[in-house]
Design a protein around this ligand. Structure first.
Ligand code: ZN
Length: 347
């Protein structure tokens, strides 16, 4: 089968299109095999190419987490799915047996792993995965939108809805609005009636974010975001900060956060190690929260939004799977606004 793979870690030059990969084995009990139609890149895929501590790949390793496909084999019954159904993938694979899975908190699973990182990925003609990791897509949702939707929206949903519980009328600061999670967070927070502050180093991306409904657009290359937020809120600050940058933005995030404010992070793209003064944490009574992917209930909630025509992602560009490396290069250069989609099969 055709697939986008790596044999070794390195830069985007490692990304290689192949046509000679073996099809994955037919599904076992509780599994489903998909004929992929379209898939989409996430920052995670770029990290996988570069190599992640503690994660070993077996070459040729199939990349990719997100995607939409058609069921061509299914094992078991009672799941409400059938051969021929078009479904989206939840790329978070959990054991379904541990304490956290049994509590319904699948992204806290002790054996939690991601498609494309810990399990062979979605950038292939055929993918086998647990039946609990797919949900049906309404026929009105185009393949490109469905492919680009889940990882970013599920991550942002857990951050904004479950963890920070963003309320109408609150101020929310979101870093790096060129990214998929940030854009999904913007849509979710606007839907909930919040006032949203966004940042980017690119004036064109800020203009696009304003067109998407961002209330305040700040250029983090030329403006001191923490100070500007304090000035423009009469020293009050914002109620919620949505973080994924880590080292470079942490101090500004805390400077921007109001008394009793909530900060949620899902990443540390600029570096993992943070410093803070614990006196500020207890005095201002902040809640600092981590968040990763989402559970089954959140996957169902975001897929219902997708099927209702809400929270649809912005697609930056669409490439054929064979030209997938060009999409990785575009992401590595940070040029995209929204999602990069690869078409696998239109049939
Ligand atoms: Zn588990």
């Amino acid at each position: 089968m055709r697939a986008l793979t790596i044999d070794a870690h390195g830069g985007t030059e490692q990304v290689r299109f192949r046509e000679d990969l073996a099809e994955p084995a037919l599904p076992g009990p509780g599994e489903v095999r998909l004929r992929m139609r379209a898939v989409a890149l996430n920052r995670l895929d770029l990290w996988t190419v570069g190599g992640l501590p503690g994660v070993t790949i077996t070459p040729p390793w199939v990349l990719g987490a997100d995607g939409v496909g058609t069921i061509d084999e299914i094992e078991g019954e009672g799941h409400g799915l059938a051969v021929g159904d078009r479904v989206v993938i939840n790329p978070g694979i959990s054991c379904r047996r541990c304490e956290w899975c049994l509590k319904g908190e699948h992204s806290l699973c002790v054996r939690f792993g991601l498609l494309g990182e810990h399990h062979p990925g979605s950038f292939a003609e055929s993918v086998v995965l647990p039946v609990s990791n797919v949900l049906k897509v309404d026929e009105r949702v185009p393949d490109d939108i469905a492919a680009a939707f889940t990882l970013a929206t599920l991550t942002a949903w857990r951050m904004c809805v479950t963890r920070a519980q963003v309320q109408a009328g609150e101020d929310v600061l979101i870093w790096g609005i060129g990214g998929g999670v940030a854009q999904a967070a913007l849509r979710i927070c606007k839907q909930r009636g919040a006032r949203v502050w966004v940042t980017s180093s690119d004036p064109a991306k800020l203009e696009q974010a304003a067109a998407m409904g961002a209330d305040v657009c700040l250029n983090h290359a030329s403006e001191d975001v923490g100070r500007v937020v304090r000035e423009r809120t009469q020293k009050r600050g914002v109620d919620v900060v949505i973080e994924s940058v880590g080292e470079k933005t942490w101090n500004a995030s805390l400077q921007a956060l109001t008394r009793g404010g909530r900060l949620v992070t899902c990443g540390g793209t600029s570096g993992p190690t943070l410093q803070m003064d614990v006196r500020r944490l207890f005095w201002y009574q902040w809640s600092l929260m981590g968040s990763t992917m989402g559970n089954d209930a959140e996957f169902a909630a975001v897929t219902a939004e997708l099927n209702a025509g809400r929270l649809w992602p912005t697609v930056d560009a669409v490439y054929p799977l064979a030209e997938g490396r060009a999409a990785f290069e575009r992401m590595a250069r940070g040029e995209q606004f929204g999602k990069l989609v690869l078409r696998v099969n239109d049939g």
